[in-house]
Design a protein around this ligand. Structure first.
Ligand code: HEC
Ligand code: HEC
Ligand code: HEC
Length: 259
């Protein structure tokens, strides 16, 4: 079984030829250990795919006005399988983490291999273009009621050797993985799930990984933020509140907010 999988993974490389592969594809070549496989076996066993209903408007009269363009599926490699708003478990953090997924790629928080230093850049996932550092890409300090953000599906993503650390969903390799996920049997799905998630951080990155001044994950000014924006983002009170109260319990009490 494992051999069959390795052959499949290896075939991605033959197709791709000489260009270096995104480092994540190298990371998923390594064999997951028994513990990881057992976790994936349980995950796949319990897994029920959630389908997004497109026709809800006909079923239920809308109460809240729906956005014209709902957040689309499959924006990033990870979202070929994960929902557009992937965080569900923690009542504490899920809304904020899902908000961040709009402008920060999944891989920025979840793929942080040791001994590798990534560069972080603005990447337009709709066409694979790297965008210049620019203050107007940030929401911080802007009057978004009267100003527009630039178009596209633009997020801060990790780069290694001048290419995205994780392949784009439109790449041939990503499509092969999606196909294996769709068409594979249960054993293949367990293998694939273990391979894909072994190099990832299930815990993501805590708020103060970025919202701090001393040693943030990336340099906001190198991404174009002006000094005021950088200060505003790094000193925002909400992540500090989360840092004090993280993991305490799932309910947020008004009293805590006033401390
Ligand atoms: C081929 C499908 C697929 C791809 C691609 C995929 N995932 Fe998953 N992932 C799953 C499934 C299925 C689960 C289990 C159910 C769930 O938690 O949604 C899961 C679970 C997780 C979990 C929960 C903890 C764990 O390890 O089980 C995290 C975190 C996660 N994925 C992050 C990512 C990130 C980040 C990426 C992109 C680098 C990614 N996934 C790509 C299918 C996928
Ligand atoms: C800003 C950092 C950040 C980004 C961006 C991010 N995550 Fe997470 N993610 C986390 C943290 C932190 C956790 C740990 C659980 C928690 O505190 O909610 C987590 C947990 C998860 C889990 C398991 C728990 C759950 O809520 O179901 C999944 C699955 C997951 N992330 C998938 C993704 C995918 C897919 C993306 C991209 C669309 C993504 N994450 C983007 C930080 C992030
Ligand atoms: C990977 C880095 C990263 C992590 C981790 C992260 N943030 Fe952020 N956050 C950012 C960046 C970058 C911005 C600025 C986005 C902009 O201005 O366009 C931001 C913006 C914000 C904002 C301001 C939103 C607004 O529109 O005014 C809040 C509030 C916030 N984050 C809270 C949190 C909390 C709470 C957590 C943990 C649950 C967290 N962040 C984790 C990078 C991160």
């Amino acid at each position: 079984m494992f051999i069959r999988f390795i052959l499949l993974v290896a075939s991605f490389y033959w197709i791709s030829g000489a260009q270096a592969n995104p480092i994540y594809l190298e990371a998923i070549e390594q064999r997951p250990d028994e513990k990881r496989l057992a976790e994936s076996r349980k995950t796949i066993h319990d897994y029920r795919e959630i389908e997004i209903r497109e026709d809800l408007d006909q079923q239920l009269p809308p109460f809240h006005r729906r956005p014209q363009q709902p957040i689309s599926q499959g924006e990033t490699f990870c979202q070929m399988c994960h929902l557009p708003l992937p965080h569900r478990q923690s009542l504490w953090t899920r809304a904020l983490l899902n908000m961040h997924s709009r402008y920060i790629a999944c891989s920025t928080c979840h793929f942080r291999p040791k001994n590798v230093t990534f560069a972080y850049r603005w990447l337009d996932f709709s066409n694979g273009q790297v965008l210049e550092a620019d203050a107007s890409r940030f929401r911080a300090g802007r009057d978004l009621d009267n100003e527009n953000l630039p178009d596209g599906n633009v997020k801060i993503a990790p780069f290694w050797q001048d290419q995205p650390a994780v392949p784009l969903p439109s790449s041939a390799k990503a499509q092969d993985i999606a196909r294996l996920w769709r068409e594979g049997d249960t054993e293949q799905k367990i293998q694939l799930h273990a391979q894909l998630h072994r190099p990832l951080e299930p815990q993501g990155l805590s708020c103060d990984g970025c919202h701090q001044e001393k040693k943030p994950l990336f340099d906001l000014q190198a991404l174009g933020a002006n000094p005021d924006q950088a200060k505003q983002i790094q000193r925002h009170v909400l992540p500090q509140f989360f840092k004090r109260n993280y993991d305490k319990e799932q309910k947020i009490r008004i009293l805590d907010l006033t401390r």
